[in-house]
Design a protein around this ligand. Sequence first.
Ligand SMILES: Nc1ncnc2c1ncn2[C@@H]1O[C@H](COP(=O)(O)OP(=O)(O)OP(=O)(O)O)[C@@H](O)[C@H]1O
Length: 242
Amino acid sequence: MTTQTVVLEGVRAVYGTGARRVTALDGVSVTFERGRLAAVMGPSGSGKSTLLHCAAGLDRPAAGHISIDGVALDKLSEDGLTRLRRDRIGFVFQAFNLVSALTAEQNVALPQRLAGRRPPASDVAAALAAVGLADRARHRPSELSGGEQQRVAVARALISRPAVVFADEPTGALDSVTSRQVLELLRALVDDHELTVVMVTHDPVAAGYADRVVFLADGRVVDDVTGPVPVDAIAARTAPSC
Ligand SMILES: Nc1ncnc2c1ncn2[C@@H]1O[C@H](COP(=O)(O)OP(=O)(O)OP(=O)(O)O)[C@@H](O)[C@H]1O
């Protein structure tokens, strides 16, 4: 199996047309390796979310090639892309995106249920145990703290045993103590289970948990630092220049 889980080659992404045309990604080539936690940073509007959406097959780029675990996304039909996202990709969002009427275990099982499958109860229990929430399986989101809700979202992302988890500002809605717990969890999943995580973040502390930090500006990769990268160094690179 390839160690290069996510490969982007010369990816261009464009929104709008005519005077409203914006080049969000301007020829991005970057590879994310298996069993690593990578952070993607850069100023607002630099293309981070677009990179994540293209890499995850949520948006199709205007040019370039993307593959996940050796599967070329541009060769897939819409149905094929949907299956790839469901079976090989996990998502964690800033806003947790849990269904409030469902318990933690029902939320974890939901993506598979929507795909017409019934995940074994042991898989759901194992995913909740992996995020330290075995004893909260029957709780609804309103009965959980923000950090616990995000850990349920991480368990939901793990249930399909994905090739890669894309996390978009996973700690953006959490306080610093809870953020640390979620980041330590992601770090442990990468270290202990060879999970591959690509995390967009504005937070130098979050990026400090990564093995590598890719910096974007104006839709291009402008720096790519393999770490552990000290938080001070990340903060210095991301500080707005006066
Ligand atoms: N749906 C859209 N329609 C038009 N332009 C868009 C759209 N989404 C993003 N853009 C533009 O594409 C560029 C990249 O946006 P993107 O959201 O990828 O940046 P970002 O680095 O994730 O920003 P932020 O940190 O603020 O979330 C920006 O100039 C943005 O205005």
